[in-house]
Design a protein around this ligand. Structure first.
Ligand code: SF4
Length: 416
């Protein structure tokens, strides 16, 4: 029997994935929201960006801002359902990447990022330190590995790496040491040039984090000491060196919804999608210009994650700073909608972090498990880019499977 459908309430348009049934309708057809087969429940052809995102077979870099806005502005219930469906097509929904972050050089930064405790321009009470020695970093990485983290991320509060040859040498030793433990290594060191990116790649760096923070339009309200284009130049240097890019944003910087669309549009139209997209919720720090900011609403976080999942289907989406303020149920909604990485351990760079024990208990309860090192399909875009392509690759992870997609393929990334 073919189930009866009814028009969506409130005059909203129907999509190919969202079907409204009369209560009590007997369903005798298999329901697979992302099935490749045409069933009576699916609309075969659609020109809507939402439907196209739902039916994507791989990442594409030709998004327009209007198309992303169309997706972002969908009713949240439809948006999260669609994102969850796409997530299951491209990723193993049970696998969450566990990353541990270490601040290897705290405070004293010359930049004026208005949310940051580490800027020397604000009186936040944070004490600046010198760079941590290599062995201490590796000891922390060992502890992280023993606790189930597969990625170790090292952050230094610098504007850039100019004149930091000795520091770079030490950081390369840290990267080599972390990789020799069988972990993925990520660093965030501010702006780097092409040569520095190549040196880090040669040392075995898995990923480089350099967040865009927000949209191009809102960016000057948050940071004035380096431009959006300078950030994009560093991302380009990282991509060109063959290092995975981790770049995302912070929600709650006084931006508007269109700035979330703008941020996603910028990363979605890079030459290749970033391997990971961190979504941070601002943790207001007293003494910074944004220290008294209102917390961003959960529905905004969920909407942004869901949109990112639809627009960046193979990218790892990291629920980053601010997760410790979320109840477990909210975190689970984010995981269902497509977030598949977290920071876990003792601390973020300067703010609180959910601990390993807490995360292990949550994972066990909800049927999640830590992602293995290099276990993602995100690597396919990087691979494809190296082969001269980069978009619309066929996913290799079947809907409903609980097996790892392609454990042998390099991939993944980080932060902030
Ligand atoms: S966010 Fe990074 S660059 Fe900006 S002030 Fe903080 S440490 Fe410096």
């Amino acid at each position: 029997m073919v189930p009866r459908t009814v028009p969506r309430p409130f005059g909203l348009k129907t999509s190919s994935l969202v079907h409204y049934r009369l209560f009590g309708t007997v369903v005798t057809t298999p329901i697979s929201p992302v099935s490749q087969q045409q069933t009576p429940l699916q609309t075969p052809i659609s020109s809507s960006s939402f439907d196209n995102a739902i039916n994507a077979t791989g990442p594409r870099t030709t998004w327009t801002r209007e198309q992303i806005a169309e997706i972002y502005n969908k009713p949240l219930i439809d948006l999260t359902f669609a994102a969850a469906s796409v997530h299951r097509r491209f990723h193993n929904p049970a696998a969450i990447q566990m990353c541990t972050l270490m601040n290897i050089k705290t405070g004293g930064c010359s930049e004026d990022c208005s949310y940051c405790a580490q800027s020397s321009r604000y009186n936040t009470g944070l004490k600046a330190t010198k760079i941590v020695d290599v062995e201490s970093v590796l000891e922390a990485a060992r502890v992280a590995k023993e606790n189930g983290s597969s990625r170790f991320c090292m952050g230094a509060a610098w504007r850039d790496m100019r004149g930091r040859k000795t520091n770079l040498k030490n950081i390369k030793e840290m990267v080599k040491g972390v990789r020799s433990l069988g972990m993925e290594a990520c660093v965030t060191l501010g702006m780097i040039n092409a040569e520095q990116a190549k040196e880090l790649k040669d040392a075995g760096l898995t990923a480089y984090n350099h967040n865009l923070d927000t949209s191009r339009e809102h960016y000057p309200s948050v940071i004035t000491t380096r431009s959006y284009d300078e950030r994009l130049a560093t991302i380009g240097n990282v991509q060109n060196a063959g290092i995975h890019v981790c770049t995302g944003g912070i929600l709650g910087l006084g931006e508007k919804p269109e700035d979330h669309v703008g941020l996603i549009h910028t990363v979605a139209t890079l030459p290749a999608h970033p391997e990971s997209f961190p979504v941070n919720a601002l943790v207001p720090i007293k003494g910074t210009p944004l220290g008294e900011s209102q917390a961003i609403s959960f529905d905004t976080i969920l909407r942004t994650i869901s949109t990112a999942r639809l627009v960046l289907p193979t990218t790892i989406i990291r629920l980053a700073a601010g997760r410790h303020t979320m109840r477990e149920e909210k975190q689970m909604m984010c995981f269902m909608a497509g977030a598949n990485a977290v920071f876990t351990g003792e601390k973020m760079l300067t703010t609180a972090c959910n601990g390993w024990e807490e995360d292990k208990a949550m994972f066990e309860k909800w049927g999640l498990r830590p992602m293995e090192s290099h276990e993602t399909v995100g690597g396919q875009q990087e691979l494809s880019r190296e082969q001269g392509g980069g978009v619309q690759n066929e996913p290799e992870f079947a809907l409903g499977s609980t097996e790892s997609p392609r454990p042998s393929q390099a991939a993944s990334a980080t932060i902030l």
